[in-house]
Design a protein around this ligand. Structure first.
Ligand code: NAD
Length: 356
């Protein structure tokens, strides 16, 4: 890519003042961290989340409690419901009039999308369309939404850049995210809605999703339970610590572009072997691994090209993988071991080499 092709001429004025931001999926992992950051700096937040049971709902309830206890209910308006519910969503826009939208709600997970594609089409495609429809009708200034590195699924390269055109999503989840990007272009084209899609690369950290490898490995190694290692451990992927993702999301909220897609990742890969040995180091326990053959179709090495986000958003990842794992393991101990909270049951997660 040449930096010249990343023209910032379409950049609207960066916005520094107070905002009321609609954070969809604000009870979830990434949404609740973004809401926390925005509230901390003085913005007000409106959350819509259906608190579905994709994973333990008490985690989402506790994410919301954390926000209301920290900032007070007058600064965090919480709506519980489906983003596809046109009546509810119209009421929300009518009452709250958010001028900024950070759309994080989606059904996530690659494997489960193969088993039940319809719920992904509903929440991700129908839901995003519903929100963009209202965003344009209510004159929203910037619409930022979560896409995913999974859109690179069928790519032959291992260093993923936004300029590469990939139209080979390999799961309904990936196809739903690619469709959101296409619809976003349509809303930009038809109505001049400012819209930015952010392709996250495997996000982990405190309050991370229990169906994903970083949480699962820390949890299972801490308890002496078996973990599954696919292949010889040399496969490698790009893991991004939550505070780096929040930084990228907020930079994007503050810098409306007419239409842009950005990778948000760490920008380098960590091998599965290195990942497991860091988990061992920071939990103080030896991993009990079950070695399984490589999964067919797995890509041996994936990594985000983050130069575009660096150039146009000023984004750089700051947290090393080792620091990120250390912080996550510390959080895990404090949350699940000190308080003797029952450890979550094992959730079948996608293999570590599928792009989430
Ligand atoms: P999450 O499951 O923790 O959060 C998503 C939230 O959205 C949940 O609280 C869920 O209840 C809510 N939700 C889902 N469908 C809804 C609907 N129809 N109406 C209302 N609420 C609904 O997941 P996350 O990891 O925080 O992911 C946030 C976003 O980032 C998602 O769009 C996901 O696809 C994307 N993403 C995440 C990762 C990652 O590594 N965590 C990677 C790539 C992309």
């Amino acid at each position: 890519s040449t930096t010249a092709s990343w023209s910032d001429t379409e950049l609207m004025e960066p916005h520094v003042g107070y905002k009321k931001v609609l954070v969809t999926g604000g009870a979830g992992f990434i949404g609740s961290h973004v809401a926390d950051y925005l509230l901390e700096r003085g913005d007000d937040v409106v959350i819509i989340d259906e608190l579905n049971e994709y994973y333990d709902v008490t985690i989402k309830e506790s994410n919301l409690r954390l926000l209301t206890e920290k900032y007070g209910e007058e600064r965090v308006a919480i709506y519980r419901g489906d983003i596809c519910d046109a009546t509810l969503m119209t009421e929300l826009f009518e009452k709250e009039r958010p001028q900024w939208v950070c759309h994080m709600a989606a059904r996530a997970g690659v494997r489960p999308s193969i088993e039940d594609p319809f719920v992904y089409i509903h929440s991700n495609i129908q839901g995003t369309t519903q929100l963009m429809e209202l965003a344009h009708r209510y004159g929203v200034q910037n619409f930022v939404f979560a896409s995913s590195s999974s859109v690179y699924g069928g790519s032959k390269s291992t260093f993923f850049s936004e300029d590469e055109v990939v139209d080979n999503p390999v799961s309904p989840y990936a196809a739903s995210k690619k469709t959101c990007e296409l619809l976003a272009y349509t809303y930009h084209h038809l109505y001049k809605l400012n819209v930015t899609g952010l392709r996250f690369f495997t996000v982990y950290g405190p309050r991370g999703r229990p169906d994903m490898a970083p949480f699962k490995f820390i949890d299972r190694v801490s308890r002496g339970a078996e973990i599954q290692q696919f292949g010889d451990g040399s496969s490698s992927r790009d893991y991004t610590y939550i505070s780096d993702i929040v930084d990228g999301v907020v930079r994007s909220i503050d810098r409306p572009y007419a239409y842009q897609i950005f990778n948000l990742g760490k920008g380098d890969g960590t091998s599965l072997r290195e990942f497991i040995s860091l988990v061992e180091k920071h939990t103080g326990k030896a991993a009990n691994r079950k070695i399984l053959p490589d999964q067919p179709g797995d890509v041996p090495y994936t990594c985000a090209d983050v130069r575009k986000a660096q150039h146009l958003l000023g984004y750089t990842s700051k947290v090393s993988f080792e620091d990120g794992i250390a912080k996550t393991a510390r959080w895990y101990r404090q949350t699940y071991m000190k308080n003797k909270v029952e450890v979550l049951p094992q959730v079948e997660a996608p293999t570590t080499t599928i792009q989430l």
